[in-house]
Design a protein around this ligand. Structure first.
Ligand SMILES: [Zn+2]
Length: 169
């Protein structure tokens, strides 16, 4: 994430400082406002992201978002809208990105994506029929479950756990 340089409350500069025990039990170093009369702290909390293992028959549909590096394909994913429940968000993303409506939808678990400061909420969705690529999607492909190999970061661990459950490895 691009760091802020200025305080969004008062416009003064931000600097890293150690929180003191006087503030709270929080003793981490955080980006905070340098103005003495301003208490803004940039907590940099993780952003939730919904992601889905989209299963069509014996395959999983992987997508390549526009702007992703190289030839990387991953699970369909997206951000929540304000006040949107993750269950609704993941179904909306499926419709926006692949033009599909899930026949079933199951929450699998949550996965930390430390490099991106995200918390991935992983789902399994069953679909049928042909997909149509949404505005943000460069390409999609269906990979047979028997041949699928998970990657190590991001949505990969969620896929890996699911593969172990459905095929034993
Ligand atoms: Zn400030």
């Amino acid at each position: 994430m691009r760091p802020f340089k200025h305080c969004p409350w008062c416009g003064n500069s931000l600097a890293i400082r150690a929180m003191s025990a006087a503030d709270s039990d929080d003793t981490r170093e955080r980006l905070a406002c340098t103005a003495t009369d301003c208490s803004y702290v940039h907590y940099d909390n993780p952003t939730p992201v919904v992601a889905a293992i989209v299963q069509r028959e014996d395959s999983v549909v992987l997508v390549q978002n526009k702007g992703w590096p190289g030839s990387f394909f991953g699970l369909m994913s997206g951000f929540l809208e304000r006040n949107e429940h993750p269950d609704e968000a993941v179904a909306r993303e499926l419709h926006e990105e692949l033009g599909l409506v899930p026949l079933s939808q199951t929450f699998l678990g949550h996965y930390a994506f430390d490099g991106m400061n995200q918390l991935i909420l992983a789902y399994h969705m069953v679909v049928e029929g042909e997909w149509t690529l949404g505005r943000e999607i460069a390409a999609a492909k269906a990979i047979p479950i028997a041949k699928l190999r998970a990657w190590s970061v991001g949505t990969g661990p969620a896929l890996q756990d699911w593969l172990v459950r459905v095929r034993g490895h």
